[in-house]
Design a protein around this ligand. Structure first.
Ligand code: URA
Length: 482
């Protein structure tokens, strides 16, 4: 009997190395016991060491994706189940497509629970601010996941809160980010986490605004946001009150939004009748939430760009837009006007949208980065491409916009937008022309940035025509999903 001890509960790399050695040594599933320690080492209790010249073998990519998620499940059997599945997939590479297979079903179910748990962690972690010995701030959160997801999920928090020092404490492990390095420590208890108001105190307005009394279904709410998370979240302090006053609030809100939206539509001159109509529905308070968000974003100092740009250029458009466009960052004219895509690239964009039959006033248009990054050359302000830390710092706003608008379709215009929308760098050519699924359930499309067409020397007309073609296809897709 072989005994494999993995470094920790989420040790996919360790599992993969061990599984590979076991496969090559023809060890059947019942010939191995699996466990996870909390320190690296002792991969094999016995002799099953992978020889240096062991032949490599590959497995279908969907297996790797599935195994990476399922390995985080709390079920102690998962290592062994995955090993059994690996052997079967090697014998029969397409077996994962067989959804009726009990093992495939069981492991798919585990992976699904893990993804859901990871999503909950993204949504429900709440930081409190504590002072460090050097006088700086550290943001500390307490969280109790259902599965072993903390290490696997750490990258999300590193990207999102890249410029802050933070710690997430959980019963199994704690993780700490110092702005450059991620380290791990032992598990903690809730008593070790700071108490008091989370830093999101100012967000109460925002949460109160997005709270939709017309849709209060306590059962559904507790399912989506299990009570165990409530105590850590600022908005939940409001939940009782909000539910109690839901009906009165609803009536009042309908009345308020009727007057307000009508005035807005008159004032803006936008014929956003459809959007306005929808906002008049009971519970249509997304506009107030968006305004609270805009106010917060105006004071954003999450990265150094606020010192360079004139102002935050936030997204704009109806809060119930079925389509969200994401550009790179405001340019010179946008920075002065405080609105996205109004300069030369914006004009080309408008023209292309019109030719593609898309009504810009029905779309939400925003940027991956909301301040104008540039350098001075004499009196001219020359555009500089935003770098990863700036894109990551701005992710906060982008995600808040998404949470509010929940666009069924999102279009990334150019490489910086791709980075923000997909959370990592990918080539436009590999993504262009087809739909891609996003983690939040939306669909993403990718095309070039309009300024690429302004810059390109050869074949500009052909590039423009292709851009319009992309937009037209996306417009059709929006109609199909409506
Ligand atoms: N380029 C962008 O990416 N966004 C703007 O708002 C303007 C130019």
């Amino acid at each position: 009997m072989r005994a494999v001890t993995l470094a920790h509960e989420e040790d996919f790399d360790g599992w993969r190395d061990a599984a590979r050695a076991l496969v090559l040594a023809h060890v059947p599933p019942e010939g191995v016991t699996w466990s996870a320690g909390d320190s690296p080492g002792d991969l094999f209790g016995e002799e099953a060491v992978l020889p240096a010249d062991a032949p490599a073998f590959s497995v279908p990519r969907p297996f790797v994706t599935l195994a990476r998620a399922a390995i985080c499940h709390r079920d102690p059997q998962r290592f062994s189940l995955l090993y059994t599945l690996l052997l079967r997939v090697r014998a029969q590479p397409r077996m994962l497509e067989d959804q009726a297979d009990p093992l495939v079903r069981r492991i798919e179910g585990m992976a699904k629970e893990v993804r859901r748990d990871m999503h909950k962690m993204h949504a429900f972690v709440r930081f409190r601010e504590v002072e460090e010995p050097d006088g700086g701030a550290r943001y500390v959160a307490w969280f109790e996941p259902d599965n072993h997801i903390v290490r696997t999920n750490a990258g999300f928090f590193v990207r999102r809160f890249n410029t802050m020092r933070w710690s997430i404490l959980t019963p199994e492990v704690s993780i700490h980010w110092d702005g450059e390095r991620l380290t791990e420590g032992p598990g903690a208890t809730q008593a070790e986490a700071p108490e008091g108001d989370p830093i999101e105190e100012t967000w109460k307005t925002y949460y109160a605004s997005i709270f939709n009394p017309a849709r209060v279904k306590v059962k559904a709410m507790t399912k989506e946001m299990p009570k165990k998370y409530w105590k850590n979240m600022p908005e939940t302090a409001l939940v009782g009150k909000l539910i109690a006053g839901a009906q009165a609030r609803e009536a009042e809100m309908v009345e308020r939004s009727r007057t307000k939206v009508a005035a807005e539509v008159r004032q803006s001159g936008h014929d956003a009748a459809g959007a306005a109509e929808r906002r008049l529905q009971p519970g249509g308070n997304a506009l107030a939430a968006w305004q609270a968000l805009l106010e917060e974003a105006r004071g954003c100092t999450r990265c150094h760009l606020h010192k360079i740009g004139t102002q935050t250029v936030f997204g704009e458009g109806p809060v119930d837009a079925p389509l969200m466009f994401v550009g790179e960052q405001p340019g010179d004219q946008e920075d002065l006007a405080g609105r996205p895509f109004v300069g030369p690239a914006g004009q080309l964009f408008d023209k292309a949208l019109e030719e593609a039959g898309i009504d810009r006033t029905r779309a939400y248009v925003t940027n991956a980065v909301k301040h104008f990054k540039h350098e001075m050359r004499g009196k001219r302000r020359l555009h500089q491409t935003p770098q990863t830390p700036e894109i990551q710092a701005c992710r906060w706003w982008y995600e808040k916009e998404r949470e509010l608008i929940r666009p069924p379709i999102t279009v990334a215009l150019g490489a910086t937008a791709v980075r923000q929308v997909f959370g990592r760098a990918m080539t436009i050519s590999s993504l262009r022309g087809s739909a891609h699924q996003l983690d939040d359930g939306g669909e993403a499309w990718v095309t070039v940035h309009p300024s690429f067409i302004l810059r390109v020397r050869d074949n500009r007309e052909a590039e423009y025509a292709r851009f319009v073609e992309d937009l037209a296809r996306i417009g059709e897709r929006v109609k199909a999903l409506a």
